[in-house]
Ligand binder design. Sequence first.
Ligand code: ATP
Length: 216
Amino acid sequence: MIGVFGGTFDPVHFGHLRTALDVMQGVGLEEVRFTPLHGAVHRDQPQAPAELRLEMVRLAVRPQAGFVVDDREIRRAGDSYTVDTLASLRRELPQRRLCLLLGMDAFSGFADWHRPDEILKLAHLIVMHRPGEAGPGDPRMKLLIDGSLVSSADQLMAKDHGSILLHPVTQLDISASQIRKLLAKGRTARFLLPEAVLQLIEKNGLYSAYHTKEPQ
Ligand code: ATP
């Protein structure tokens, strides 16, 4: 089974990397495809250009066997819909099962995604907990979870698609917005993300006071 981990990755950080590794090893995935989105649909647009976010992810995943970068959303350009990404992967790899990795915050809004029912026909969902986060409050999510929740990786593997597994992951309270804020204040983000990623950020002056629109 292949894991698909989508996000803005603006920038990628150890919260993404460690939790993806927890899931890959805990569930027994063949690989995790980090898939940076091009255009965000449910949130603010990323600050860093797509090609640099992609390059940061390339640098970040390089040391870990089984971690792969998938640039199809960046190549497709425009708004990035997960359902299109999964459908295109399914066409490319018809024999492989797919699962979508997402944090609890992303999962909480899943009912409002573009064609969530179609997503569950193409893939399983693996939900990673972040520190202090409650489960989804939306009653539509309760319906979805009640029908699809499984409690082990074996149960997930038993079906081709449509199951939801909540997977415990290392609790790392790191977010890309926290990193962007630090950098905008002229502080370092060292030890929150890989050194190679930090060097690329510094080389390109990303997230500095000149480039940021976020409050400092
Ligand atoms: P931002 O702070 O800009 O919202 P982010 O750090 O949440 O960014 P994204 O690229 O938006 O990063 O996240 C991609 C996915 O990774 C989402 O599903 C999100 O829930 C998950 N994620 C991000 N940070 C963590 C973390 N520290 N632990 C577990 N999951 C995380």
